[in-house]
Ligand binder design. Structure first.
Ligand SMILES: NC(=O)c1ccc[n+]([C@@H]2O[C@H](COP(=O)([O-])OP(=O)(O)OC[C@H]3O[C@@H](n4cnc5c(N)ncnc54)[C@H](OP(=O)(O)O)[C@@H]3O)[C@@H](O)[C@H]2O)c1
Length: 152
């Protein structure tokens, strides 16, 4: 067996990483404190104020997407939400959902986009403002097997 290379500057011993979460990989724009064991315990510091990035929720105007969007705002301090579905703001309940999300100060937009259309999604992402880059995606778009609009 060869010798292990010396750890580089800032290296975190693996056992410490397991105990504390220090050095754990995390999505761009998510502070370290949001990924450690204390966070998983549900402590209130799950709400860093003013998080700048955009969270994209596909199916964001649907049942699960709406629940996720509310949770992102109230529990994780998300400040910018992009809710995507084919009907966008015309989806039933979308306007009420947007009003609920923006009341505590978040910015939320419902956009009509078919996430199966690669070019449409690329154009959507390209249009994100530079000061609110994409930092997370939650995939909640889907069609339930019993949806009468999409017969098998
Ligand atoms: N609800 C549950 O308890 C549950 C449990 C387990 C699994 N699931 C699964 O989770 C998924 C979502 O369930 P749900 O209850 O939230 O359904 P839902 O209320 O019908 O919401 C689905 C959302 O996905 C959007 N959507 C569908 N196809 C899309 C596409 N090609 N591009 C963009 N948006 C699209 C729909 O909007 P548009 O129609 O306007 O595009 C809608 O906003 C489904 O696949 C379901 O089978 C749900």
């Amino acid at each position: 067996m060869g010798r292990r290379p010396a750890p580089g500057p800032g290296a975190v011993p693996l056992d410490r990483h397991r105990r504390t979460g220090a050095g754990a990989p995390r999505p761009r724009g998510v502070p370290a404190r949001a990924t450690g064991p204390a966070h998983r315990g549900g402590a209130d510091h799950a709400r860093p104020a003013g998080r700048p990035g955009t969270v994209l929720v596909t199916g964001g105007t649907g049942t699960l997407g709406g629940l996720v969007a509310r949770h992102l705002v109230t529990r994780h301090g998300a400040r910018n939400l992009l809710l995507v579905s084919r009907r966008g703001s015309e989806a039933p309940g979308a306007r009420e959902l947007l009003a609920e999300l923006t009341a505590p100060g978040a910015r939320a937009t419902a956009v009509a986009c078919d996430t199966a259309d690669r070019a449409a999604v690329a154009a959507l992402l390209a249009g994100l403002p530079a000061d609110r880059p994409l930092t997370a995606v939650v995939q909640a778009a889907g069609v339930t097997a019993d949806d009468p609009r999409w017969p098998a």
